[in-house]
Design a binder for this molecule. Structure first.
Ligand code: GDP
Ligand code: GDP
Length: 460
């Protein structure tokens, strides 16, 4: 469970500056889904061991008409989606009517709200922020977003209590429900299948832009006879977790399209939500990204792919609606994918028709393979042997007149696999050699479907 932080406030108070600072360590991936999220940007951020999703909004002016009205609407939606709100004001500008309005609104919400006074650089901050107490939002967190001053303190105040709360919430509600269902699931299967099933379910998130066919695919998967499905409890704002079994392997489908929910309850569910998608990616072992063949590869597909890679997830790509297309259209799509997805050639690519069921079964072969690759335990001796072979085939270059020497390698984590290489001057290895090592490992170990990370450590 990853918390969501929304940045709200008037235009020009420094929200984007803070957003960029939060998302800096990873590439600031901005999801811009026209018609859905105008004026809202989403990013993945982390501070130490804490990960969070951050939403940036256009701003509220207090003079809500036309474009402003739209901006205000987006801010309210962002507040609604968030667990925590950072209400930013400009310490130099004083309190405006718009600030008062927003403060009043926020005080009525049952959300954690942090009042953040920005641009305290080069001014007498204490006296500048004094009048902000009139907003009645408690403590004032003073920062200079463009310099980074106060940002760490702010994050620590915000994220620490959140981390506890989220762990508790997860254990008490979601995990308990999940556990109970899964235990029931295991018990029911035990009698007929004994212990043939692999005990750990693979969490598979089915993601993609609106209308690419996620619901159709999820229904297709769940509708197949061999599958046993259990509904899981969940709120309308979260994905539904659906445990199922197929060919003696257990899965939990993370249904971002809300298929089950819509069937069960008579309510309108937001059909697509970036927050839902980001949370699903965060919680999954394997991400199945559905792409619409009829629309071709879009920027949003690449954004979702970027989010998944950033999170270190295994990935399977499904190009859907492959039915009834001309050969030349198919060729054009294939070459476009080759060209633009070359950087992720380790992910298996499937051409499917969720509507007719064509190719759907084979997806699971790739899902299993990706999961196996991502979680495989590999010994130090094997990792070191492969490193030596790579070094023998192609020597590391000279750096400052000295040859870089790789000494040994060991595993540093799984899902995604992390390989740690120790040696002399290893940090100075050029990117090309790092890439060579990565590919060497990938080929030698037949690792498919998952990104690999290599970390370099100086010395022994
Ligand atoms: P937004 O409209 O709320 O997203 O505001 P921006 O992040 O675009 O910032 C508006 C302006 O304020 C830009 O010119 C920033 O460079 C400037 N700014 C942001 N943070 C600071 C700060 O901490 N100190 C100062 N002096 N200027 C800042
Ligand atoms: P979602 O928003 O990603 O859940 O997309 P839906 O599953 O609701 O599908 C959007 C539209 O695409 C619907 O009209 C589906 O019938 C259609 N669709 C989904 N899969 C296929 C497919 O494989 N082939 C064709 N031709 N249409 C499909």
């Amino acid at each position: 469970m990853i918390p969501v932080v929304a940045l709200v406030g008037r235009p020009n108070v420094g929200k984007s500056t803070l957003f960029n600072r939060f998302t800096r360590s990873r590439d600031a991936l901005v999801a811009n889904f026209p018609g859905l999220t105008r004026d809202r940007q989403y990013g993945q951020a982390e501070h130490g061991e804490y990960k969070f999703i951050v939403i940036d909004t256009g701003g509220i002016t207090g003079d809500e008409q036309g474009i402003d009205e739209e901006m205000a609407k987006q801010s309210l939606l962002a507040i609604d989606e968030a667990d925590v709100v950072m209400f930013m004001v400009d310490a130099r500008a004083g309190v405006t009517a718009a600030d008062q309005l927003l403060a009043e609104y926020l005080r009525k919400q049952e959300k954690k709200v942090y009042l953040v006074a920005n641009k305290i650089d080069g001014i007498d901050a204490d006296s500048a922020v004094a009048e902000l107490y009139s907003l009645a939002l408690g403590e004032i967190h003073q920062i200079a977003a463009s310099h980074g001053r106060g940002v760490t303190a702010l994050l620590e105040k915000t994220l620490l209590p959140l981390a506890d709360e989220f762990t508790d919430m997860y254990t008490s509600e979601v995990e308990a429900a999940e556990k109970a269902e899964l235990e029931k699931f295991a018990l029911e299967n035990e009698t007929q299948e004994e212990n043939k099933l692999k005990d750990k379910p693979i969490k598979l998130a089915i993601i993609g832009r609106p209308n690419v066919g996620k619901s159709t695919l999820t229904n297709r998967i769940l509708g197949e006879e061999r599958v046993i499905v259990f509904d899981m409890p969940g709120t309308t704002r979260d994905s539904i977790y659906i445990p199922m079994e197929r060919d003696e392997q257990k899965y939990v489908i993370i249904d971002t399209a809300g298929v089950r929910r819509r069937k069960r309850v008579n309510e309108t569910v937001e059909k697509f939500s970036i927050i839902k998608t980001l949370k699903a990616i965060d919680d999954a072992n394997v991400v199945l990204l559905v792409i619409d063949a009829r629309e071709g590869l879009s920027e949003q597909d690449l954004t979702l792919l970027g989010f998944s890679l950033n999170a270190g997830r295994s990935i399977v790509l499904a190009v859907n609606k492959w039915d009834g297309l001309d050969t030349h259209v198919k060729d054009r799509i294939k070459s476009e994918i080759d060209r633009r997805l070359g950087f992720i050639d380790f992910a298996r690519l499937h051409f499917i028709s969720a509507l007719h069921g064509t190719g759907v079964g084979h997806l699971f072969e790739s899902v299993d393979e990706a999961y196996e690759s991502a979680t495989r335990r590999i010994s130090t001796s094997i990792l070191t042997k492969i490193m030596e072979a790579a070094q023998f085939d192609h020597q590391p270059p000279l750096v400052d007149g000295r040859r870089v020497k790789l000494k040994y390698a060991h595993a540093g984590g799984h899902n995604p696999p992390i390989i740690v290489i120790h040696g002399n001057q290893v940090k100075k290895l050029p990117e090309s050699y790092k890439k060579y090592l990565m590919n060497y490992y990938r080929k030698s170990l037949e690792i498919m479907g998952t990104p690999i990370k290599i970390e370099f450590r100086e010395g022994d």
